[in-house]
Design a protein around this ligand. Sequence first.
Ligand code: SF4
Ligand code: SF4
Length: 425
Amino acid sequence: MSENYKEMWKNLGLDLDQHDALLKVLGKGYQDIYLAQKDRPEGMGYFDFVMSEVHGLRIKELMDEKVAGRKVIGSFCVFVPEEIVQVADATLVGLCTGADFAIEEVEKLLPRNTCSLIKSAFGFKLGKVCPYIESADMIVGENTCDGKKKSYEILKNLVSNLYVMDLPQVKSAEGRALLKAEYVRFKEAVEELTGITIDAERLKKGIEIVNNKRKAIYRLSSLRKVDPAPISGLDALLANQVFFYDNPARFTESANKICDELEKRIENGEGVFPKKTPRLLLSGCPMAVPNWKLPRITETSGAVIVGEESCVGERGTRNLTDDSGTTVDKLMEAIIDRYFQVDCAIFTPNPDRLDHIIEMAKTYKADGVIHYGLQFCQPYLMEAMPVEKALEAKNIPTLRIDTDYSMEDVGQLKTRVEAFVELLK
Ligand code: SF4
Ligand code: SF4
């Protein structure tokens, strides 16, 4: 980290010793997993810098924004509409849920058999190590899976600014009406927090900013369709993860810059792995920073990941919001239409996700699919079997992995992934 941020962290109420310990582990992990890769695009230097300053410079920027009157809103889910946050001169940040922390403390509040993602959110709060949670003026919890919605009843005792957003579970007219009511209520809550009235002009601008960010990451994903893949799955995942933290305009510019570089690599036939390396699609639960376990195992087992059917990936970023409306009502309808297409496993039934996985496997020319489910995640584990069946009916080999954030199963996972890659070869 280029500056000493201790005073800032102290003012945010972080536990400096615990925080130092976390940064040490993260720094070492990043070095071993990311910086050890070969032939990375030069443009990844920007993302390396963002990660090295994720608790430093980025937090300082947020603090400066707050002094200038902007608000920070934290979210755990891609259903929180960034367009609405952007237009109210507020900044949306994803809250880290990708590592175990303070597990003993967490298990005093949550059952042991809760998914790692939920436990992680609590661990970062209880361990006082997340400057994003501490700098948020509003934390949005969404009623998606049962684990999340029940855990928010407990989280609200730990934070003073939890805003709970209800979400539909069925893609029906009634489901859409619920989403609409909740987005209108959220818009009003954001207006109240920021003191800004959201008009059509602002909303259009917000849609444009977020659409540009989505177009850039989608462009990057599309470049992974070629063989040899011009960027590793680990690096592409990192770009998808930074999507949730960085300043949107800067992210868009940096992602587009990498795409320019990748296009040149493609022209020259250069890749990060040799041609004909088995290509895999990852599908399932979201992988938040610093959850890099399975991608790393996969890409050190002779395969390359060419796409992520995940909320930290194409499920979360595909589909743009139509910005042709001229009134707040029309633009809000467009936002609702866009988010109502997200095919999270909390929906029942959820056939769109199946179709999307098959379509992605074809478009990205994947030789196989790894379905990644977090232990105790009912929605994704329940969908894993139908997904496997549907893919195998299309002759797409599938490996189902259920895991958590611990490192205890790394050896066993590696053996299974290696055997799967051998089979594909
Ligand atoms: S998997 Fe579902 S609950 Fe989780 S971030 Fe995605 S949309 Fe939200
Ligand atoms: S991983 Fe599954 S159980 Fe965990 S929060 Fe997401 S949907 Fe819920």
